[in-house]
Design a protein around this ligand. Structure first.
Ligand code: NAP
Length: 321
């Protein structure tokens, strides 16, 4: 009789990871099938652990298809695409890949802040298209150093963004649902007040229904015509139509967006806005960080199959939320 599968993989995490996992465990590679889990029958009774990614997610039908599932190991730190309620109902643990991506996502937040303020992407096009020679001096832009940095979501990534502010001589304040004990930065109870204070408002909170359109028209108006909005969290946190309208009318000074409400997109609405810098959801996308994320998924699978415990589970508070 063929041995049961131990792991089911619903998303490929790259050739190196896929091969490593398959070399250590009996893996049902459901991602190879266009129908996914629906392509299988009795084999689905085997796996105790599933591997997925934040992009691929893990939905109620996936939980339903796997009767003996005990853990889901996801690649990425967001969990807006993972059905936490379905997992909690069956006491299935979920791990994500925190900490290892903080620096690279924070670096990208700063790249977007600098690009939106100093127009580096526009300047690149200006030089390469011959405009420098043809037109002359590039328009003056907005100063970054010494300004006020507001952070919505002072968690792991938000902290890494805030720490970098010291190198730019910036004051930092933040807004969370509740103040962080021992944080050196002043807490603002109101997001509108934080936006009114800040020159740069960086969004680094969780995505999902609870934070949908947290950055709405009043917050954007409070940030104002000289303010710059940066979002490296999830597109859903910002009311994109309100942001776009404010950018067009001049009520908002600029934006740096790694994430948008629809992904992928050609973002045609933003195409003519030089005060906006866009990235294609690439916060963690460096060779080093992607390798560390894959290692952490592997380590979670290994730890669970060895001991029944995940290394980096989503906290109970979030699972119950
Ligand atoms: P984290 O450590 O859990 O921090 C999340 C922060 O959000 C916490 O400070 C939390 O504070 C705050 N928060 C949660 N709900 C809130 C609400 N309703 N209102 C205000 N603040 C709220 O998470 P992280 O590791 O820093 O990651 C943050 C997010 O970044 C992820 O969820 C993911 O969506 C995004 N991300 C994006 C990329 C990318 O490629 N662009 C890569 C990685 C992660 P309280 O609990 O006190 O409210």
């Amino acid at each position: 009789m063929t041995a049961r599968y131990e792991v089911v993989q619903v998303a490929s995490l790259g050739a190196a990871f896929d091969a490593r996992l398959a070399a250590h465990y009996r893996v049902l590679q459901a991602w190879r099938e266009p129908l996914g889990l629906a392509a299988f029958g009795g084999e689905l009774a085997g796996p105790r652990v599933a591997v997925t990614s934040v992009r691929h997610g893990f939905t109620q039908p996936m939980f339903d298809a796997l009767p003996n599932l005990q853990a889901v190991c996801s690649w990425g730190v967001g969990y807006d695409t993972l059905d936490l309620r379905a997992a909690a109902n069956r006491r299935i643990g979920i791990s994500v890949t925190p900490d290892v991506l903080d620096d690279c996502v924070a670096d990208l937040a700063w790249a977007l802040m600098l690009s939106a303020a100093r127009r580096t992407a526009v300047g690149d096009r200006y030089v390469k298209s011959g405009q420098w020679r043809a037109i002359g001096q590039f328009p003056v832009a907005t100063r970054v150093s010494g300004k006020r940095l507001g952070i919505l979501g002072l968690g792991r990534i938000g902290e890494a963004i805030a720490r970098r502010g010291a190198g730019f001589d910036m004051q930092v304040r933040y807004h969370n649902r509740s103040p962080r004990p021992q944080s050196p930065y002043p807490y603002e109870t109101s997001l509108v007040d934080l936006a009114a204070w800040a020159d740069f408002l960086v969004v680094a909170c969780v995505g999902g229904a609870a934070t949908r359109h947290l950055v709405d028209a009043p917050v954007i108006r409070a940030l104002g015509p000289r303010g710059i909005l940066v979002n490296i969290a999830r597109g859903s946190v910002v009311d994109q139509a309100a942001a776009l309208a404010a950018l067009r009318s001049g009520e908002l000074g600029g934006a740096g967006l790694d994430v948008l409400e629809q992904e992928p997109t050609d973002a045609a609405d933003f195409a003519d806005l030089d005060q906006v810098s866009l990235m294609p959801h690439a916060g963690s996308a460096t060779h080093e960080t992607r390798a560390a994320m894959a290692d952490l998924v592997f380590d979670n699978v290994a730890a669970f199959l060895r001991s029944g415990a995940l290394l980096t589970p989503i906290a109970d508070r979030e699972m119950q939320a």
